[in-house]
Write a protein that binds this ligand. Structure first.
Ligand code: XMP
Length: 326
């Protein structure tokens, strides 16, 4: 609509004024905020923008391909794709403590990002997808976890060492405005309306030690769950169960249980499904997903993902449970 196109024209002009002919770096995560920031900056300054996309090996199924397809191939954005998964797995080996795992992932992320952006010697700006609620949150008192979220998400510490100026084009926008902006800039609806995904990714959805094999199983189980949530429409509201939930995902439990398959006995891992409804993610209810949906997801995971023979559903609210399992 015309209001949004006016907004875009104004934002584009402001970015051009600010940046001039200097180069900008942006850490692209595949999440809504950094994606919309990338699309807006690309509209404003085209090739003066370079995105760095770090794959820590803890992303969802086909996430890297999806990001590269959309930004590099479809939109012509310059994106440096860093596959650092082996490096992250190496650092995480043997570690089981959730907060230590978060710290390792955050620190490694900053290092990889820093070394990649250090190669772009002409860059003068570091762009971030900071939105208005982030600005408010970092102003006030925050929990330990909120600090972790910030330091990882917004790549804290980079401006000091890289001597970059900070560019935050979404700083004044609320989440729903960021989404509307993303759609107006041509990003696909389903990418702009995605559930949030934590910075440490599957690292906090694989309980205990993170291993590549576990991540590969979990990615496939999670993709099946998400696909079925998209496909299943609630008759009362006419909405899909993906739309009716605020966050949904699979969790890998490194626990083996016995099953039967054909004439044989299996002894394989367990996956838990988590789906919540919430306004602010501070408190949440477990989603009352239809039994037939849960049944389909369970059958598909057990039949299609060899190595998992049992699926359970998490019926815990927050509080006292958290949304993530770690
Ligand atoms: P919890 O598990 O604390 O999660 O109920 C609340 C929301 O925060 C997300 N979350 C994180 N996001 N880095 C992030 O970027 C983190 O370390 C992290 N831990 C939790 C979680 O996905 C949920 O949306």
């Amino acid at each position: 609509d015309w209001i949004m196109s006016d907004y875009i024209a104004e934002a584009v002009e402001k970015i051009r004024q600010q940046v001039g002919n200097e180069e900008v770096i942006l850490g692209l995560s595949g999440g809504v905020d950094s994606s919309v920031a990338a699309a807006l900056l690309h509209r404003a300054i085209g090739d003066q923008l370079t995105c760095v996309f770090v794959d820590h090996g803890l992303l969802r199924l086909n996430e890297a391909e999806m990001v590269m397809d959309m930004f590099a191939r479809n939109m012509g954005v310059k994106v440096i794709h860093v596959d650092a998964s082996a490096q992250f797995m190496g650092k995480l080996a043997g570690e089981t403590d959730p907060e230590v795992k978060r710290k390792i992932i955050g620190k490694e992320f900053v290092e990889v990002f820093q070394s990649e952006s250090g190669k772009l010697s002409n860059a003068k700006w570091l762009a971030q997808g900071t939105i208005y609620p982030d600005v408010v949150e970092s102003g006030g008192a925050k929990s330990k976890k909120a600090t972790t979220i910030k330091s990882h998400h917004n790549v804290g510490g980079l401006p000091d060492t890289l001597h970059l100026k900070l560019l935050e084009p979404l700083r004044e926008l609320f989440k729903d405005e960021v989404r509307a902006l993303g759609v107006a800039l041509g990003l696909p609806h389903n990418m702009v309306y995605r559930h949030p995904f934590p910075g440490p990714g599957l690292g906090v959805r694989i309980l205990g030690e993170v291993k590549k094999d576990y991540a590969d199983l979990l990615r496939r189980a999670d993709a099946i769950f998400i696909e079925e949530l998209h496909k299943t429409v609630d008759e009362n509201s006419g909405k899909t169960w993906y739309e009716l939930t605020s966050q949904a995902f699979a969790v890998f439990l490194p626990v083996k249980s016995v099953g039967v398959m054909g004439d044989g006995r299996t002894y394989d891992y367990v996956v838990a499904l988590r789906a919540v409804q919430t306004q602010d993610f501070m408190t949440a209810h477990w989603a009352h997903l239809p039994y037939d949906l849960l049944g389909r997801v369970s059958n598909r995971i057990i039949n299609e993902v060899r190595g998992i023979n049992r699926v359970v559903y998490d019926v815990s609210g927050k509080p006292p449970a958290t949304i993530e399992w770690e």
